[in-house]
Design a protein. Sequence first.
Length: 158
Amino acid sequence: MKKDKTPKLEVVKKEPELTIKQRQFVNEIVKGKLGSYKEAYAKVYDVTLTKQGKIPKWVEVEASRLYCNPKIALSIQKAIERKEVSSVASSLRLKNYVIEKLYQESTTGSDASRVRSLELLGKTIGLFSDVVETKEARPSDEIQSELEERLAELLASK
């Protein structure tokens, strides 16, 4: 009897995508404009408020279940990461734009604006930092003996 050496193909199940409501829930969480996932759930699923104008208690249970759903949690995490990357990229573009404009102003503006532009450009690279950091290196046995002396003084004063 011959063994079949042909590789067997494994069937990879594709995870079902999020529903429209679930996607809206994720978007509301990521926006961060609402106070909690409970409020996001109430908004997305059109929950009727109580007579006192509050979100019903059952919403917290359902919102918590939805929030803890692994697909939802992963989607929220990925969306937050994308938002952070986008924010960093946007900040970097703005910083580069400002530096470019300062450089242009430093070469073409009036005397006062050139001086100010150069000053600001210098600050961006830390050219005018007034803080001087000094590090004092001491041997560990010196530190240990100093600590022992201080402990002895504290114990003697009691």
